[in-house]
Design a binder for this molecule. Structure first.
Ligand SMILES: Cc1cc2nc3c(=O)[nH]c(=O)nc-3n(C[C@H](O)[C@H](O)[C@H](O)COP(=O)(O)OP(=O)(O)OC[C@H]3O[C@@H](n4cnc5c(N)ncnc54)[C@H](O)[C@@H]3O)c2cc1C
Length: 469
C-alpha cells in the first residue's frame, strides 16, 4: 500500500507529490490524461505571482505582502479567506528556490512589461517545461505515476480516507490522499446546469470555450460534495477570459486570449458598448471579460480598435477582421451598420484625450457617456479599423472543497486527518470571484506543498501510533 495517493497530474499534484516524498512517504500519482497530455491546465501557464520586499533574482523592484494582499482583496471584493491568502502570499517569497531544485527555470524579466516583471516570475519554457521538470524529478525520486487513470470515487468513512476507486472499478488503498485534480471547467453538462437558462431562453454555457485540458471534469469534486464534504464558492464563479471566438473547444491555451480590449471599445451583438474597457490594467481586469461576454445575449461580443492600437498589444493567433471604414467592419461582423457608426461616433465625441500611456492608469477618459471608459480612451478614427469576435473562455471554476491552513478536506466542519486538497479544487477558498494574474499557480504551488507535507505527516503519525500500540 502506498503512503500517499495523489489524484491529478498538474502543478498542485506534482508539488504535493514531491513534498510528500521529501517528507519520507511513498507516493503514487494518478493522472487521468495520457502521458502526452499530462499536466492539466498547468501546461498552459507562464508565470507565478510572487511577493518580495526587494529586487530578487528575476523580479524587479518590490512587491510586498501588503500590496499583494490588497490586489487580491480588490479583485475578489473581499470574498477571500485572509488567513489562507496570506499563507499563500508569504509562501511565494521563498518557493522559487524549491522549484529550481526540482528543475524549474525562470526567465529574466522582459523589458517594457514592468508592471508584470515586478509581480510575476515567468517560467523558462512556460508551464509545459515546469510540468516536465516536476515529472522528471518525481520519477528520479521513485514516485510511481500511472497515466490514463481516472478516479471516480473516493472512499471516506467518518471523514477518514480509505481508498480511491477508478473508472474501471479498480480500488487503490492508501494511508493518506491529496486531491489535486482541478475544477469542473471541462464538464460542459455541469457548466450548463450551473449557469442555467437566461431570460432570453438561452443556455449561456453552450457558448463557452474551455481554454485548458478536457480532463478537468470535476468527478472527484462532485463525488466529495455528494458525500457531505464542506463546500465553498459560487458554482458560476470562475476565471473566465474573453478569447477569440474562433478558438478550439479545448486546449486553445494562452494564444487565444485578446489583449486589445483596453485599447478600443467592446460592443455586443446590438453594436452597443456595455462596460468600461479601461477600468484597470489587464493583469487585474482581464479575467472579468469572459463573464461580461457570457452575460450578453448570444454570449458574443466584438473588440473594435483602430490603427493607432496596432503594435500596442500581444499579436493574437487569429488575424483581425479588417475594414477601411466602421461600416465595413459592421458588415463583416453582421452588426447593424448605423448602430455601430452611432456607437463609435458617440464614443469618439466623449473622449477627453490627455497623455496616452498604456503602462499607467492614464488621463485619457470619456465624459458624459455610459458606460464610461476611464483610461486609455482615444477616438477610434484612424483607419483601417480592426475587430475580433469574443467568446467566454473558461479557465477554471471556483466552486471548491473547503479547507484550512493544513489543506485538510472538511466534513461537517471537521478536518479530515488524512485527506487533503490543493490547487483549483480549493482555489475558491481565496478566490470568491475575480482574479489577479499568476495567482492560480501561487495557490497551486503553495497549497500543493502544504497538502503534500500534511499527507506525509499524517502517515508518520499513523506509523507512530501503530508503533506505540
Ligand atoms: C490557458 C491558460 C493559461 C494560464 N496561465 C496561468 C498563468 O500564467 N499563471 C497562473 O498562475 N495560472 C495560469 N492559469 C491557471 C492555472 O493553470 C491553474 O490555476 C493551475 O494550473 C491549477 O493547477 P492544478 O494542479 O490545480 O490543476 P491542473 O493543472 O489543471 O491539473 C489537474 C489535473 O488533474 C487531472 N484530473 C482531473 N480529473 C481527474 C480524475 N478524476 N482522476 C485523475 N486525474 C484527474 C487532470 O488530468 C490534470 O492533470 C492558466 C490556465 C490556462 C487554461
Amino acid at each position: 500500500m502506498f503512503d500517499v495517493i495523489v489524484v491529478g497530474g498538474g502543478n498542485a499534484a506534482l508539488c504535493a507529490a514531491l513534498t510528500a516524498r521529501e517528507g519520507g512517504a511513498s507516493v503514487l500519482i494518478l493522472e487521468s490524461a495520457p502521458i502526452e497530455w499530462r499536466g492539466g491546465n498547468s501546461v498552459h501557464t507562464r508565470n507565478l505571482r510572487c511577493m518580495h520586499d526587494a529586487p530578487q533574482d528575476v523580479l524587479v523592484e518590490a512587491y510586498p505582502e501588503e500590496e499583494f494582499w490588497q490586489d487580491l482583496l480588490k479583485v475578489t471584493g473581499g470574498l477571500t479567506n485572509e488567513k489562507l491568502a496570506r499563507i499563500i502570499i508569504r509562501g511565494t517569497s521563498t518557493v522559487r528556490d524549491w522549484m529550481r531544485k526540482h528543475g524549474v527555470h525562470f526567465q529574466p524579466s522582459l523589458s517594457g512589461t514592468l508592471h508584470v516583471a515586478r509581480t510575476n516570475a515567468f517560467f523558462m519554457g512556460g508551464g509545459k517545461a515546469l510540468v516536465n521538470a516536476f515529472f522528471r524529478s518525481a520519477e528520479q525520486l521513485g514516485i510511481k505515476i500511472r497515466y490514463e487513470t481516472t478516479v471516480k470515487h473516493v472512499n471516506v468513512k467518518d471523514g477518514i480516507f480509505e481508498s480511491v476507486v477508478l473508472d474501471n472499478g479498480e480500488v487503490i488503498s492508501g494511508k493518506s490522499c491529496v486531491l489535486a485534480c482541478g475544477g469542473f471547467e471541462s464538464n460542459r453538462e455541469w457548466l450548463k446546469e450551473a449557469w442555467g437558462q437566461n431570460e432570453n431562453g438561452e443556455w449561456p454555457a453552450d457558448n463557452f470555450l474551455i481554454r485548458g485540458t478536457k480532463f478537468n471534469r470535476g468527478d472527484v469534486l462532485k463525488n466529495l460534495l455528494d458525500q457531505g464534504a464542506d463546500q465553498i464558492g459560487d458554482v458560476t464563479q470562475g476565471h473566465c477570459v474573453a478569447i477569440d471566438a474562433r478558438s478550439p473547444l479545448y486546449d486553445g491555451g494562452i494564444c487565444t486570449r485578446l489583449d486589445c480590449v483596453s485599447l478600443g471599445i467592446v460592443v455586443n451583438q446590438f453594436a452597443k458598448r456595455f462596460y468600461d474597457e479601461g477600468e484597470d490594467f489587464w493583469p487585474k481586469r482581464y479575467a472579468i471579460w469572459g463573464r461580461l461576454v457570457a452575460l450578453q445575449q448570444g454570449q458574443i461580443a466584438y473588440s473594435i480598435i483602430d490603427s493607432k492600437a496596432i503594435g500596442r498589444f500581444m499579436p493574437p493567433v487569429f488575424s483581425a477582421i479588417k475594414g477601411n471604414t466602421i461600416s465595413e467592419i459592421a458588415q463583416q461582423l453582421n452588426l447593424d451598420v448605423d448602430q455601430l457608426n452611432q456607437t463609435v461616433n458617440e464614443f469618439n465625441q466623449s473622449c477627453h484625450v490627455g497623455t496616452f500611456n498604456h503602462n499607467i492608469l492614464d488621463d485619457c477618459h470619456t465624459e458624459n457617456i455610459a458606460p464610461e471608459k476611464t483610461h486609455w480612451a482615444l477616438p477610434i478614427d484612424q483607419g483601417p479599423f480592426y475587430a475580433y469576435p469574443l467568446r467566454p473562455g473558461i479557465t477554471f471554476t471556483y466552486l471548491s472543497l473547503k479547507t484550512d491552513e493544513t489543506a485538510a478536506v472538511f466534513f461537517n466542519e471537521q478536518a479530515s486527518p488524512n485527506l487533503f486538497v490543493a490547487g483549483e479544487l480549493m482555489a475558491g477558498n481565496v478566490l470568491g470571484k475575480g482574479y489577479t494574474a499568476g495567482i492560480g499557480m501561487s495557490i497551486g504551488t503553495i497549497f500543493g506543498r502544504i497538502a503534500g507535507q500534511s499527507a506525509a505527516d499524517a502517515v508518520k503519525k499513523m506509523k507512530e501510533s501503530h508503533a506505540h500500540a
